[in-house]
Design a protein around this ligand. Structure first.
Ligand code: BJW
Length: 235
């Protein structure tokens, strides 16, 4: 807590676990499959080329769930923490927009978001409402295909967001790693590979590949642990 209180620069890295208490499923582990398809099959350019209707069905269903969900106490605690720290960056792997809806401002959506679809050929964009993209509108008039505006396996992260995240990791005094299995790169590298002197705290229900190397571990749900930390800081 002292390290966090004294921190001049904080980076928070979040994954799907922070949205679990908003009712959204995580990717891996129990319930991390969708109709017997692995995430890697659905969230990849090859998977999209093979079966765009299947992939859009998955994203449309997820988008509807995102819109029904509300930010939880963990999302709000990070938005509040940002107001207490002059140099605060939130890098999320999530595409559910819950951090944005909770009021986080210096937010880097490393894996994109589901607010828009874009054409894989001409880059035309269209906003997505709660029902997502109609399956008969996947084919775009230019001959390309509309795809979700998110980052699939094998694709580079948005350059600007990634550079800002790298810089925030390099200068951070404290790095909070929340609700991520820390197996997907390059996002996971932000936790441990950019700054040997940062104090790294992990908040997760389970052990992850980075647990043994971090400075502090809180084994509990993010929606409980984050408000506890932030309330203690602001009291
Ligand atoms: C709770 C909780 C509660 C539950 N409270 N906690 C070999 C080595 C290293 C890298 C590679 C490699 N082979 C291939 C790669 C690269 C690849 C990669 O990392 N693969 C690994 C899986 C091996 N990475 C990429 O391809 C990336 N791009 C890239 O590297 O580009 C290079 C390039 C450069 C230049 C040109 C071209 C290319 C892109 C990665 C994109 C990932 N995309 C996805 C899907 C898209 C978005 C979407 O559909 O939503 O992003 S995959 C999926 O995993 C999604 C997530 O954002 C991401 C991370 O998952 P997350 O959030 O951590 O979820 P889970 O389920 O894994 O974990 C949840 C955690 O929460 C658990 O730990 C629970 O315990 C915890 N929890 N409830 C607190 N209440």
């Amino acid at each position: 807590m002292t390290r966090l209180r004294r921190a001049r620069c904080i980076l928070a890295l979040t994954g799907s676990g922070i949205s679990a208490e908003s009712g959204l499923p995580t990717f891996r582990g129990t319930g991390g499959l969708w109709h017997d398809h692995r995430v890697e099959e659905l969230a990849s350019p090859a998977g999209f080329a093979r079966d765009p209707v299947l992939v859009w069905s998955w994203y449309n269903q997820r988008l509807a769930a995102h819109r029904r969900a509300s930010p939880n106490a963990g999302h709000y605690a990070l938005a509040h923490l940002e107001t207490l720290c002059a140099d605060f960056t939130l890098a999320t792997q999530n595409v559910d927009s819950l951090h944005k809806r909770a009021g986080s401002r210096n937010l880097l959506e490393l894996h994109g978001n589901l607010r828009e679809a874009r054409c894989s050929s001409c880059d035309a964009r269209r906003p997505l409402d709660a029902s997502g993209l109609p399956l008969d509108e996947i084919e775009h008039e230019c001959g390309g295909r509309m795809r979700p505006d998110i980052v699939w396996f094998g694709e580079p992260l948005p350059r600007g967001a990634w550079l800002q995240a790298e810089r925030a990791a390099s200068r951070a005094d404290v790095i909070l790693v929340v609700g991520t299995s820390a197996v997907v790169y390059p996002a996971a590298a932000l936790a441990t590979r950019y700054n040997a002197s940062a104090y790294v705290a992990e908040i997760n229900l389970e052990e992850t590949p980075i647990s043994a190397g971090v400075d502090f571990v809180l084994r509990g749900p993010a929606a409980r642990e984050l408000p506890r930390i932030v309330n203690a800081l602001s009291s």
